[in-house]
Design a protein around this ligand. Sequence first.
Ligand code: SF4
Ligand code: SF4
Length: 380
Amino acid sequence: MCFLVSIAKTALKTPSVCCAATSPGSPGRRKESVLVWGMSRQERPSLNRRTYDSVVDSTTSQQLGADLIERAQALGFACAGIASVEPSDYAQGLERWLSAGMHGSMAWMENYTDVRTDPGKLIEHAKAILVVGDVYASRDDNQDPPIEIGRGKIARYARGKDYHKLMKKRLMKLADSLREHYPDASFKVFVDTAPVPERELAQRAGIGWVGKHTLIIHPTLGSYMFIGGIVMTLDATAPNEQPIITDHCGSCTACIDACPTDAITDHRVDARKCISYLTIEHREPIDEQLQSQMGDWIYGCDICQEVCPHNSPKANEQIGQATNAAYLSERASFDLLEVIGWDEEARRAAFVGSAMKRAKLDMMQRNARIVAKNQGLNIE
Ligand code: SF4
Ligand code: SF4
């Protein structure tokens, strides 16, 4: 299921998604706005003085929703919101994407389509979904210096610590606390670990809109964001302050134009052509024509995010939210010769603590050889 991960950050296996102008919710009740839903830590209300009794005493589902959001932010998430458990608006798009074979060899995408198209089915009697976002790369750090010849680039989401562990730990802590106070309620945490339509849920939760490259884009924080959440039987609803975010792609086609393999059409990514899929998921030899388009990427690809105007460099002070320090880059590239010389133990050692788990030894060595060839190196 790990590749869903890279989906969230590499624009892959995505069903066709239409413009966010159709954000579900209750437009008459909630004010449409282009918010800054990610408050800086300084701006966040202190929760130290609050106890879960305040949740127990909440008289409305909106208050409960607001309380859950505050608690998520207090745990360090950059943004949070409440999504309804309605069926997906994109069930037909998913069906078309799968029947066109755009998921490539990710056969597991064909499983659990009932939950993928109706996330409330993840647990019995689900009533709400708390959705959270963690920023893993800053807009101010959107351009890499030119790569040194002999090295292969790693996508930003995989440069720091493993977000599965980091996000899950905080979400489990929140779910455990809620369980104590709501022993009859059920909670199911997900961070790429459940077949739910995470980006659509993030859109419903007022975190951002789904861009033409199929990734969630927060209006100020950009798209370098991990998504996770908790499906629950508690009756929480979006508070009035939770925004409804409309599509801000407009007439822009920067990601479509920049994708080296033409994998993106409007709100749809053909995984079979996507460098993220090819380098991380695809176990067979890579088509010659696509090899030359892979450029310097040895693990994943960030091009469609790098060119997005909503990721254009902007100092953290301007957007009021720094990257979560846990994701600071530990390694942005690999030495190609080193990778080619790895044995299984060396691969494991290089991946330890990171989210890079999916690419097997032979895949990494295949990728390294392709990058070397693209750089004009003769390494055989
Ligand atoms: S630019 Fe193209 S190849 Fe790269 S991650 Fe985006 S869709 Fe995939
Ligand atoms: S590059 Fe342009 S079209 Fe693509 S996601 Fe960003 S704003 Fe939307």
